[in-house]
Design a protein around this ligand. Structure first.
Ligand code: CIR
Length: 264
């Protein structure tokens, strides 16, 4: 079995802009502190680099308050990249801002043309398939277009359901290795991971389900000690990163990077 779903040579991040205070959020729990977010972001990038990966840091985009959450702009596969079509109207232009960088790294970059919408946060790529959660941001037409686009590279898409009221599919789950998913109990109860080994987030710690396996480490948000302990007990090398400011905007570990190994 390959490990291409969690071993990567590259990541792309984008520095948060001062306009982050205007970022989208389901519930207002306070204004994010830019300085503290920058500290957390630097720690995040250092953790990615500690694995030997090249991290490309893009400049802030003031016109797009949510643009630090680069994951939603593209799906990066070994064979090529797909530029997304975000469902949040204020985020639509972020995808076009990412495309030129992807073109410097990939020979093949294709785009979701619409009319459907799809955001990277709803996509979980495992070793065997691409799961895409239908959500308030990702619709059936967007998923159908992605399915057609990635078929050229031999990838299979399986449509699943993001739980109601949850922003993205990956708000509630993460890939830990080729066979293992970290999931909230509520998402796992849907049965969508029936063919995987599932580790549940600890009770009361649903908010840490959005972690990332990146090479030999698992980055997870700080402040969820029982889930961190659970992952360590299963043998994962967990690195905890402050996420208090991104959490005010419903963002987590996966949202902050695109992770990939371009074939050229
Ligand atoms: C949004 O609502 O679009 C942003 N405030 C948060 C995006 C988080 N992205 C992700 O989960 N991939």
């Amino acid at each position: 079995m390959t490990e291409r779903s969690f071993r990567f040579t590259h990541a792309i991040t984008r520095a948060p802009a001062a306009s982050i205070v205007d970022g989208l959020r389901a519930i207002d729990t306070g204004t994010p502190d830019l300085g503290l977010m920058q500290q957390h972001h630097a720690h995040y990038i250092a953790a990615l680099r500690s694995t030997g990966a090249t991290v490309i840091e893009l400049s802030p985009l003031t016109d797009y308050p949510d643009s630090v959450f680069v994951e939603d702009t593209a799906l990066c596969l070994p064979e090529g990249a797909v530029v997304m079509r975000p469902g949040a109207p204020t985020r639509l232009g972020e995808a076009a801002e990412m495309a030129p960088t992807l073109r410097t790294l990939y020979a093949e970059v294709v785009e979701i043309a619409g009319p459907g919408t799809i955001e990277g946060g709803d996509i979980l790529t495992t070793e065997r398939e691409i799961l895409v959660g239908r959500s308030a941001r990702t619709d059936a037409k967007g998923i159908a277009e992605l399915t057609r686009l990635v078929a050229r590279w031999g990838h299979v898409v399986r449509e699943v359901q993001t739980p109601p009221g949850v922003l993205h599919f990956k708000t509630d789950c993460s890939l830990l290795d080729a066979d293992t998913i970290l999931s909230t109990p509520r998402l796992a109860a849907s049965g969508c991971f029936a063919n995987y080994r599932v580790i549940h987030t600890a009770e009361g710690e649903d908010a840490c389900a959005n972690a990332i396996r990146f090479n030999d480490i698992v980055l997870m948000p700080a402040g969820f000690p029982r889930t961190a302990e659970r992952l360590r007990a299963h043998g994962y090398d967990v690195v905890e990163i402050g996420n208090s400011e991104c959490a005010k905007l419903d963002g987590g570990m996966s949202c902050l990077s695109l992770r990939f190994t371009p074939k050229g």
